[in-house]
Design a protein around this ligand. Structure first.
Ligand SMILES: NC(=O)c1ccc[n+]([C@@H]2O[C@H](COP(=O)([O-])OP(=O)(O)OC[C@H]3O[C@@H](n4cnc5c(N)ncnc54)[C@H](OP(=O)(O)O)[C@@H]3O)[C@@H](O)[C@H]2O)c1
Length: 353
């Protein structure tokens, strides 16, 4: 079924494996036949998450079937009614198997399960919604979770009145930047940790009170516990960096583990847990339990966006640029977010670079 307005056949960025096992990715016809319960969204924009970068190389941790169109987040218009929503309603859909078990947002149309679909907040354009998407949902979730698991009484007993800041790692990435803005909005002092000092001004504009490299943000010693530096941490990197961070979290403090851009193994000890009572809290935005919870998080993103919009680097890309952006993302070289726009096949622009 093609797009009624343009008459064009549905197409997207299709990832597959050749007979020799090599990854093949190119613009082509959509590979899935729509599920009987699915609802069609004419795509206006799709977010570009780290998971999508992995899907573009057919990473088995993300891709559950091939061929597949990546894209776990999508914004567009309903082609027909869905529950209370009339045809033409501006919607967003995130997770629920999109871009993993079924084809996702890097396409002109997406067939999504009704459970994934929510009305887009009125003050968010499709591009704004997709500049945040799952990255934004996870950033807000992490801030909420840390506020609820930090042991404030224990913290006050052990640290007195000392108010330590929160640390955000991988701060040049989508989740990192959104976490900086969301943490500052919640009223906490934020140290943004990034390997890219060229982004300092952007991160300060988003609400960071200081920007530091991993070497500056963490002590050089290798002791199992080092002097307390942070009350809360939102970590998108994982691996050695996360292990190092656990050593400097204050008594009663907490770390939200969101990502693994830097590794999956955490070589740590039990000391931060049994001698400082810290909490390591996992964040799983894709597994969010209810539509109501997602709706509430989108309402918070709608409040956050006008406060960060002018400082947040968002790049518009077309299908042809997906492969290159995915490779940059996997190597940790990107800054900010890309949004895939079906109509943007030739033109590439920096909206706020
Ligand atoms: N748990 C959830 O619900 C959830 C939701 C969304 C995303 N995630 C995860 O969160 C992580 C970040 O996602 P994102 O969309 O923000 O990705 P992104 O935009 O690509 O940002 C990742 C950032 O990690 C940092 N990094 C540090 N070491 C790295 C390395 N060895 N390789 C690559 N990057 C490295 C880089 O920042 P600096 O150069 O500034 O250090 C990079 O910009 C990913 O692991 C993603 O899967 C989880």
């Amino acid at each position: 079924m093609g797009n009624k307005e343009t008459g064009a056949e549905p197409h997207g960025w299709v990832v597959n494996r050749g007979s020799g096992g090599e990854v093949q990715a190119a613009v082509g016809p959509l590979p899935d036949s729509p599920g009987s319960q699915s609802v069609c969204i004419d795509v206006e924009a799709a977010g570009f998450n780290y998971k999508d970068a992995l899907a573009c190389e057919a990473h088995p941790g993300v891709v559950r079937k091939l061929p597949l169109v990546p894209g776990i987040d999508v914004a567009g218009r309903l082609r027909s009614s869905c529950g209370d929503y009339a045809a033409g309603t501006a919607v967003v859909a995130t997770g629920n198997g999109l871009g993993e078990t079924m084809s996702g947002g890097f396409a002109t149309e997406v067939w999504a399960p009704p459970a994934a679909i929510l009305k887009r907040p009125p003050n968010l354009s499709a591009v704004a919604a997709m500049a945040m998407g799952t990255a934004g949902l996870s950033a807000i979730l992490a801030v909420e979770r840390l506020q609820s698991v930090i042991n404030w009484d224990y913290q006050a007993r052990m640290q007195g009145d000392e108010r330590l800041p929160w640390l955000i790692t991988g701060a040049s990435g989508g989740v990192g930047m959104l976490a900086v803005a969301a943490t500052a909005l919640a009223g906490f002092q934020v140290i943004a940790c990034t390997r890219k000092n060229s982004l300092s001004n952007t991160l300060l504009s988003l609400g960071a009170s200081a920007v530091q490299s991993p070497e500056e943000a963490l002590p050089a010693d290798k002791k199992p516990l080092s002097s307390a530096r942070y009350l809360g941490v939102i970590d998108t990197v994982g691996g050695e960096l996360l292990a190092n961070i656990l050593r400097v979290v204050a008594a009663g403090g907490a770390v939200a583990s969101i990502g693994n851009a830097g590794g999956v193994a955490i070589p740590t000890t039990v000391y931060p847990f049994i001698l400082r009572g810290i909490t390591l809290a996992g964040i799983d935005a894709a597994g969010l339990p209810s539509r109501e919870k997602r709706q509430a998080l989108w309402a918070k993103l709608a409040v956050l966006w006008p406060l960060m919009n002018s400082a947040f680097p968002v790049r518009h890309i077309g299908f042809q640029q997906i492969g290159a952006w995915a490779a940059e993302m996997r190597s940790g070289r990107i800054k900010g977010r890309a949004v895939v726009i079906p109509q943007e096949e030739v033109r590439s622009e920096h909206a706020h670079d």
